[in-house]
Design a protein around this ligand. Sequence first.
Ligand code: FPP
Length: 250
Amino acid sequence: MQSTNAAELLAQIRVHGAVPRHVAIIMDGNGRWARERRMPRPFGHRSGMRAVREVVEGAVEVGLEVLSLFAFSQENWQRPTTEIDALMSLLQEYIARESDELHARGVRVRALGALDRLTPAAAAAVNRVVTRTAANTRLTFNLFISYSGRAELVRAARLLAEDAAAGRVDPAAIDESTFAARLYTDGCPDPDLLIRTSGEQRVSNFLLWQMAYSELFLSPVLWPDFTRGDLYAAIRDYQLRERRFGRVSA
Ligand code: FPP
């Protein structure tokens, strides 16, 4: 069910017409949300799953081409083992619960990051949903897991160096597109809009290359409370902005 606010915002978005192709979200504030309720941090992550469902449904409804969610960073491996275990189980639970629905809605799930670090059970679950939904075309849902922007850039540089050393690439011919083709996001448009929740004002090693010209929207809402209405409010705000990409106004 949509709140009136969400329905009104959706109507305004449709009147305006231009919807961002790609929205990326740094989901932050699960720990604080749990602490406010005197509950352990994994309780906040579990509650954050509902918000994931909300934004995926909202993204399909509003007609995004790509939705990217930062679910787990490479730095997150340094959290206590109990929290990492809880996050890995939640990932599996999310996939087990949502796979049918995602597939039925035409969502193509992709997993981007250093997936070799996942537990075998989590990796198997991720592979299953990625394979099952690979041919869907309504929305591409990028789940960034075990991801770090700097590691992605270093990986791309390494792949390019290997190609150059093997004679497959001429170093003099390397340009932005040659480089971007070695990123996990190859073939995906850059995010038009980057949302971070919980009032924090950092980029936190997310999509460092890809967000060169992304519009930023910082929401005070803690992730478990984030609704599709909040997503629509961010998109509505985006629609009122002027993007110049370093140029002057028309
Ligand atoms: C940041 O909040 C959030 C995370 C590190 C994990 C995000 C995971 C989920 C939303 C749940 C599961 C998602 C999927 C796709 C299954 P934080 O813990 O850093 O919060 P804090 O800054 O308040 O401590």
